[in-house]
Design a protein around this ligand. Structure first.
Ligand code: IPD
Ligand code: CA
Ligand code: CA
Length: 265
């Protein structure tokens, strides 16, 4: 099966599963640190996706947030965030999604972000553009940060690192949102709701799918310092392209954030 079709199938099924758990005020556990939550829904969604991909593509490597690396022998590699926005989900805030990205030979080829509570399914295939449902999507045409709606993200532990940037950009843009689901923040940038999104401490499953969707929607994606982006580079600056240089410049005026350690896979 083509990677995009497999990703779509997995995301739809996992999204439906998440909706069965949503609103039930599930018990949650904390993972590596305070307020890093995981629920039974995260684990069930990941188990479903991993099983589906394993069956359809037995030689692929699968990198899942909850179950780690399932090593394979081919250059096909899948990045799975079975529930991005777990804190939102656990508190019945409807901004959460499933994020599935596929890389072949080191290049992202397919990405799907599905927000089941919003009924929004974002997809992109390398070289074929991006869409929301059946409609092609494009980044916005806004040219100046002064006219922009921005988004950022940080965990409670990383607040101090991003606070100067959040404050500085809030003083320039119309507003800076912090929605709590990085993959969805990227999808919202791809469809023109945000002009830019940045974050300093992300993992490959947060950004693989969304970064391809932004690029295929005509946007630009780099590391937050303007360097080359790859799913393991931890930080991200994703924009409509037009405000990328200005965003980069505004972010660089703030103290350089320390690299944020995330699990190395
Ligand atoms: C988190 C969310 C959040 C971002 C964190 C991520 P999770 O993912 O995307 O917006 O600020 O860095 O870890 O834990 O909900 O999958
Ligand atoms: Ca995530
Ligand atoms: Ca997650």
């Amino acid at each position: 099966m083509e990677p995009l079709n497999l990703a779509l199938e997995c995301a739809r099924e996992a999204g439906a599963l998440l909706l069965e758990y949503f609103g039930r005020h599930l018990a949650f556990e904390e993972k590596s640190r305070r307020a890093d939550l995981v629920t039974v829904a995260d684990r069930a969604s990941e188990a479903l996706i991993v099983e589906r991909i394993r069956k359809a593509s037995p030689h692929a490597t699968i990198v899942g947030e909850e179950s780690g690396v399932h090593a394979g022998s081919s250059t096909e590699r899948w990045f799975i965030d079975p529930l991005d926005g777990t804190t939102n989900f656990a508190h019945t805030y409807p901004l959460f999604c499933v994020s599935i990205g596929c890389e072949i030979g080191g290049e992202l080829v397919a990405g799907v972000v599905f927000a089941p509570k919003l009924g929004e399914l974002y997809a992109a295939e390398r070289g074929s553009g991006a869409r929301l449902g059946d409609e092609p999507i494009r980044v916005s045409d806004v040219e100046r940060v002064a006219d922009a709606l921005l988004c950022t993200g940080f965990t409670p532990a990383e607040f101090a690192i991003n606070m100067p940037h959040f404050q500085a950009l809030s003083g320039v843009a119309h507003a800076v949102r912090r929605d709590g689901a990085a993959a969805l923040d990227l999808a919202f940038t791809a469809c023109g709701r945000f002009e830019a999104f940045w974050e300093f401490g992300l993992s490959p499953w947060d950004v693989a799918a969304g970064s391809l969707i932004v690029r295929e929607a005509g946007g630009a994606v780099t590391a937050a310092d303007g360097g080359a982006f790859d799913p393991y580079c931890r930080s991200i600056l994703a924009t409509n392209g037009k405000v990328h240089g200005e965003m980069r410049e505004l972010l660089s005026r703030q103290p350089s954030p320390l690299p944020i350690a995330r699990p190395q896979l």
